[in-house]
Design a protein around this ligand. Sequence first.
Ligand code: FAD
Length: 417
Amino acid sequence: MTSIPMRGGIRGTARIGVLGGGIAGLTTAVALRNAGLDCVVFEQAPRVETAGLGLQITPNASRLLASLGVGDAVDAVATRPLSIDVHRWDGGRRLARTPLGDACVESFGAPYYTMHRADLQQSLLRSLPTGTVRLGHRCVAVRCAPETVTAVFADGSEVAFDVLVGADGISSVARRAIADDLRRFSGQIAYRGLVPAGTFPEWEAEPRVRGWFGPSQHCVCYPVASDRFISFTAMTPDATASAPEDRTARPAASAGPARDEATSTASLARAAAAAYEGWDPLVLRLFRSAPTLGLWRLHDRDPLPRWSTSRLTLIGDAAHPMLPFRAQGANQAIEDAVVLSACLRQADDQPMALRRYEELRLPRTTRIQLSSRESAEVFHLGDGDRQLERDRDMPERWALRNNEWLFGYRAESAALS
Ligand SMILES: Cc1cc2nc3c(=O)[nH]c(=O)nc-3n(C[C@H](O)[C@H](O)[C@H](O)COP(=O)(O)OP(=O)(O)OC[C@H]3O[C@@H](n4cnc5c(N)ncnc54)[C@H](O)[C@@H]3O)c2cc1C
């Protein structure tokens, strides 16, 4: 068995491992370090992801990033959009405007950001000591015992920990030690791309989250990377979809494209334009202007009744993968990380800490997982009475004051209560 030297830990002795160096894993490492606990992160990739597209980071998570000491780094590269504007699919008539910017800070004490995923990951990585993240370590199995938990890696090495945190995404190996469930294909795919900001000079002085809702599909875009690019995501039914669940089909990466190498940007742009024929010309201009386009298949899983054993727990998409309709997957991972590290810092023993973490997090993430599925239906209503009713209610429903439960949530206080 490989021995990994570590300093400190719970009561100076615990060895904590984290599987996966995505947003959940890196935030966990930063939060543990802030709590005075060391850990090692094992990431399968040869380098921490520098690709990827946009993320909306909402005040429930941006306040935590600030408390972890990465707020300034994030603020330097993120955009504070003025509002979320929702438009009708044809003609582009505006249905609702939710003010963000200063209104969001006044309401929740923290900003609403749009940013490039890689910028967030780099901000987190830079605040960790060199050597915290071990790259090129693919975990292939996790074995749980009452007093220890062991990660087995693809090169045959095995490492035992007092606590192991599975932050290895929707296809988590760690999750298999806890549940035998399948991921669920939503029937939706997403075309995603980055467009140089100069393509839309009319938007440059007015950074906003802009969305278009229509029958069976929608499109959303916003500025990222210090306003240099517009990131867009267009979600539409997969014409080839059949099975609701699949374990073996193309990868369900929530952070990376399930893209057939042979699929060219030109053919994806043609397919997207065909799916959105008749939509607001601004949407079609997004597809035309993207130098590269990716295709994602959107999966989630049913909520679990529990996600910890005495020594192993899950976090982020490994614990509660959700559809992106509420833009909360990464935000919830950040909340998880802060609560988990607070529980590990406070508890008398580690199994108790993991139990408490799960008790605090499961109800909230379950609610958001399920409401993300419901949002898919509401966003994509066909033209008709229900859609008209939705559009009438939208300004009120999307008002910041009606989203206090989501954006005003203080995970750090919940962990201390
Ligand atoms: C179209 C789309 C739009 C989205 N928009 C938003 C948004 O605006 N806001 C938001 O909050 N969320 C959004 N999300 C969700 C968000 O991307 C995910 O919830 C988030 O990336 C989850 O982070 P994670 O670290 O848990 O998992 P991942 O990002 O999947 O990271 C897992 C990491 O673990 C590594 N790994 C995997 N398996 C192993 C293994 N066996 N051994 C070692 N390492 C391993 C991977 O290489 C990866 O680095 C969106 C998702 C999609 C698909």
